[in-house]
Design a protein around this ligand. Structure first.
Ligand SMILES: *[C@@H]1O[C@H](CO)[C@@H](O)[C@H](O)[C@H]1NC(C)=O
Ligand SMILES: *[C@@H]1O[C@H](CO)[C@@H](O)[C@H](O)[C@H]1NC(C)=O
Ligand SMILES: *[C@@H]1O[C@H](CO)[C@@H](O)[C@H](O)[C@H]1NC(C)=O
Ligand SMILES: *[C@@H]1O[C@H](CO)[C@@H](O)[C@H](O)[C@H]1NC(C)=O
Ligand SMILES: *[C@@H]1O[C@H](CO)[C@@H](O)[C@H](O)[C@H]1NC(C)=O
Ligand SMILES: *[C@@H]1O[C@H](CO)[C@@H](O)[C@H](O)[C@H]1NC(C)=O
Length: 522
């Protein structure tokens, strides 16, 4: 069956590539036939082919819309069931908060899938592709949360299986569409028109819509109030600029998924600090000091901090699920699980990131360029691991690329470094985790093995290193995993540069933040 499916897809791809551009819209089949082309035929058939139009022939784009519509219905019903389970739990029962977060995640699936069907989005094929795989990431994060608190026998698996399969089907169709051609897709190929974009040629010359000041001299005294003031109609792409004056703001901040294009800037990382001390118990999302879900977020010159400390376990300082977000000159500070790059295309430039273990993690599709990565002193016997990337399926476009970064011990770790085992660059969090370090300075605290197999994904995960330097960069004794690669061919490494990996030329210029599109070192 699997062989047959991939054979057919190869045929599609060939026909897209080799015949006239109109073949995309002229390739048609019955719904049942299309279902046979997906990885989960039964689920497809059950949710779609019952319809009395099942004998008429449709195009691949029509079929994609139908599988997405079916996934939306299913996500709504799963969300309702999760809500019921959440309400049935006693207050304070183990796992209750986590069910609460899962309800939000399922809500996020409905929201994001609706974007796929919304013609005003003018989505590019890559957008559709990332929006579809977001749903899979949200389900995974819910599941992991229960694993972390050792609640494995929850209803989550049984209520979400069909939704997962519908999403995988949609993703496979979207991959087939993209494999053909990026141009002349029926959804339009114009990309996003950023109207009324602030011209941030000098990044310090922002013109704030509102100002937050602790001393009452601004429009608001808390950051969240300023965020809540943004829910007004704005033109697509027009930024809402929030200036946060110096001070330590002790609060958790939440930017919801319908609040797009917020630009927040402070007076420097040592001066404008948002800080909280929540930790997780499996519920990573609720521990976050700062979380952003809306698209096109920008942060400049400020600090996001979680002070739960090395005893706090998983404690997120910054969670980003913001597509096409740019974080510039910021400091992100915590211990375990500091920076949760959950999903979508993200760009971090000249940031400082502090932590002990798995402190850059998630299923983000992210480039970290010229960042200072500081490993901190863990608890006695504690481990040191920089990344934990969370890509689960080969059809997902996500991964982490760290370029031109410095991986070194922080001030607290330096004097006691001999008491700890060496640091790993990463441990793959899901099957097809994908992480690359390139053109970076790796200090002597990096273990000669380089990578650790924390969760048994070494046979499928991809880990790459290219043109790094420093005492920890020697690849002679690295892990012998099948997909570990000490990259020497620049054409392979090029795939992980800003211009190719996150198609940065399409969207970073509108922010005015400087970036290196290709390689930094020759
Ligand atoms: C399916 O058939 C029923 C009855 O024959 C009809 O009422 C309904 O409108 C049809 N639905 C679609 C989607 O064609
Ligand atoms: C879950 O179980 C593992 C292994 O038995 C244990 O080490 C860990 O502390 C447990 N975690 C929680 C949150 O109870
Ligand atoms: C990935 O997409 C391809 C192309 O559409 C499809 O053949 C394959 O089954 C998909 N893989 C999975 C695991 O869904
Ligand atoms: C895309 O469609 C437009 C208008 O339908 C046509 O002018 C153009 O040549 C097409 N481009 C490609 C690459 O086929
Ligand atoms: C922040 O303060 C620390 C300690 O005072 C100093 O080492 C660091 O250079 C400062 N960073 C910036 C960006 O000003
Ligand atoms: C990293 O360290 C090297 C050598 O210590 C230094 O020259 C470089 O400026 C640092 N890079 C960054 C991005 O801080």
């Amino acid at each position: 069956m699997a062989m047959k499916v991939s054979f057919f897809f190869v045929c599609f791809l060939m026909s897209f590539i080799f015949s006239s551009s109109s073949s995309l819209t002229t390739t048609t089949g019955s719904i049942d036939w299309w279902c046979t082309q997906t990885p989960h035929y039964q689920t497809c058939n059950h949710h779609i082919a019952y319809s009395n139009i099942s004998s008429t022939t449709i195009s691949i784009n029509q079929f994609l819309d139908m599988t997405v519509a079916a996934a939306i219905n299913e996500a709504r019903s799963v969300q309702k069931r999760a809500q019921g389970i959440y309400l049935d739990y006693e207050p304070n029962a183990l796992g209750k908060n986590l069910w609460g977060s899962c309800v939000d995640y399922f809500d996020g699936i409905v929201f994001t899938l609706n974007m796929v069907l919304d013609p005003t989005e003018q989505a590019r094929p890559l957008d559709v592709h990332t929006w579809l795989s977001a749903g899979l990431t949200y389900i995974n994060v819910c599941e992991k949360g229960f694993e972390m608190i050792n609640m494995t026998n929850t209803m989550l698996l049984s209520i979400s299986t069909e939704l997962r399969e519908l999403l995988l089907n949609s993703l496979a169709i979207s991959v087939a569409i993209q494999g053909g051609s990026y141009s002349n897709n029926s959804r339009g190929l114009h990309g996003w028109e950023f109207s009324n974009e602030y011209k941030l040629l000098n990044s310090r010359n922002f013109d704030p819509d509102v100002t937050v000041a602790k001393d009452g001299s601004g429009d608001f005294m808390t950051v969240q109030e300023a965020v809540d003031s943004t829910r007004k109609e704005r033109e697509w792409g027009e930024r809402y600029v929030i200036f946060v004056k110096r001070g330590v703001y002790e609060e958790q901040v939440y930017i919801a998924h319908d609040v797009n294009f917020v630009l927040m800037y402070g007076e420097g990382v040592n001066n404008t600090i948002i800080s909280a001390a929540e930790h997780s118990g499996g519920d990573l999302k609720s521990s976050a000091t700062f979380q952003v879900w809306g698209r096109g977020f920008m942060a400049v010159d400020m600090t996001f901090r979680n002070t739960a400390g090395p005893n706090g376990g998983q404690a997120v300082a910054f969670l980003s699920n913001s597509d096409e977000s740019v974080i510039y000159h910021c400091s992100i500070e915590g211990y375990q699980d500091t920076l949760f790059s959950l999903h979508f295309k993200q760009f971090y430039k000249e940031c400082q990131i502090f932590g002990t273990v798995d402190f850059i993690f998630g299923n983000g599709h992210s480039v970290f360029q010229d960042c200072q990565v500081f490993l901190r002193k863990p608890l006695p016997g504690g481990g040191l691991v920089v990344t934990a990337q969370g890509r689960q399926y080969q059809n997902e476009s996500s991964g982490f690329s760290l370029q031109g970064c410095n991986i070194t011990a922080g001030e607290d770790l330096k004097p006691v470094i001999d008491q700890f085992k060496k640091a790993f660059l990463g441990r793959p969090w899901f099957d097809y985790a994908r992480t690359v370090f390139m053109e970076s300075f790796l200090d002597d605290l990096v273990d000669p093995l380089g990578w650790e197999d924390g969760w048994g994904h070494k046979d499928t995960a991809y880990c790459g290193e290219y043109n790094n330097y420093g005492p920890g960069s020697t690849t002679d004794h690295r892990v012998d995993w099948p997909n570990y690669e000490a990259i020497t061919d620049p054409d392979i490494a090029k795939q992980f540069t800003v211009v190719e990996f996150i198609v940065g030329d399409d969207w970073i210029p509108t922010t005015g933040v400087p970036y290196v599109p290709g390689f930094e070192r020759s």
